[in-house]
Design a protein around this ligand. Structure first.
Ligand SMILES: [Zn+2]
Ligand SMILES: [Zn+2]
Length: 336
């Protein structure tokens, strides 16, 4: 059993009391179940009753797909979310069962019913677009193309991918390889409004993407793909962007703006970090329980510069209620 920090407990209580105080008829998210979908708890009413300030914000979490892809939408709606991230397949295997037509139709009809947007897909973890090994790169190209095709079939908005590891080569070769593999994976596909987002990384091992300059160069090498960015708070922090104070956060925003453009940051992965500042270790933590902390994360959540992006939690899902308390922490930041 994980012990909740006082900060998180306070955040949870604040969010609950906000919800109840504004509309006693609205169910709290603790009692909502997927069956409550058609009840009063639509994402809009939840936000409207919570705070007008949070009305237009998109928030959600990485929802499990056990029981079918559409269940991620149901779980998200039941927790009062209006955005979601999913895997569209097993994230740790090379082969994926093809999507069947019925599954796609069901996902799309539940999406209309739940009004969840954006739908973000996180790519398979085995994919390494930057690999110095041509066999792995070719496997990654094929698997990433499949991810795009699945995303297009589902009508998803974004596909998030890590730029990869340049093991055996230098970072600039990795950046070039990543851009080339991306272009090859997209060849002949009409992406239309579907956007690929490159995620910043913690820089573990030989992983590239820990500095925004890498993302800038990948995006710059593929102008025809209209790539965007997914900004992960835990990754940025352990890669050396100090989000703990106002000065560090503003320097981070300035670097994002000058390298990739803040408006191209379409998704924020809103995570606290179990790993220390500048440690180059990728370990996510519950909001308020990690080394970034509630005060700094509240600053990120409230920043006008990132308000257009969907804020999605990738916090640990170890005990029932973890998602609820982390979502409530995020809501409390937005409502304060
Ligand atoms: Zn990721
Ligand atoms: Zn992430």
């Amino acid at each position: 059993m994980i012990k909740k920090s006082r900060a998180k407990k306070r955040a949870t209580e604040t969010a609950e009391s906000n919800t109840i105080a504004h509309d006693p008829n609205t169910q709290t998210i603790h009692t909502a179940t997927p069956n409550a979908l058609t009840a009063k708890l639509s994402p809009e009413t939840e936000f409207a009753t919570t705070s007008s300030k949070a009305l237009f914000r998109r928030i959600g979490f990485h929802a499990p797909i056990a029981g079918g892809l559409h269940t991620a939408l149901l779980k998200s709606a039941a927790l009062g979310c209006n955005a979601v991230q999913i895997f569209s397949r097993n994230p740790r295997g090379w082969t994926a069962r093809p999507l069947d037509g019925e599954e796609v139709l069901r996902f799309q009809s539940v999406r209309v019913e739940t009004n969840i947007s954006p739908v973000v897909i996180h790519a398979n973890y085995l994919i390494n677009l930057a690999s110095a090994d041509s066999t792995i790169r070719e496997k990654s190209r094929a698997a990433f193309r499949e991810e795009i095709e699945r995303g297009l079939a589902l009508g998803a908005d974004y596909l998030v991918v890590h730029p990869g590891s340049a093991k055996g080569a230098c970072a600039s070769d990795g950046v070039r390889a990543c851009a080339e593999t991306l272009k090859a994976a997209c060849e002949g596909l009409d992406l239309h409004n579907f956007r690929i987002l490159i995620e910043n990384t913690a820089g573990q091992g030989a992983c590239i993407g820990h500095c925004f300059e890498h993302l800038r160069d990948i995006i710059g090498d593929c102008p025809e793909l209209n790539l965007g960015v997914c900004f992960d708070t835990a990754h940025a922090f352990t890669a050396g962007y100090d989000l703990r104070d106002e000065e560090g956060f503003h320097a981070t925003l300035e670097s994002l703006e000058s390298n990739v453009g803040l408006l191209n940051v379409c998704v924020v992965h809103f995570n606290d970090s179990k790993a220390e500042y500048n440690s180059r270790v990728d370990r996510h933590q519950n909001i308020g329980d990690g080394h970034i902390g509630s005060e700094a994360l509240a600053r990120v959540a409230r920043s006008a510069e990132l308000a257009h992006a969907a804020f999605l939690l990738e916090t640990p899902q170890e005990v029932p209620g973890d998602d609820v308390s982390n979502l409530n922490a995020l809501r409390s930041f937005l409502c304060a």
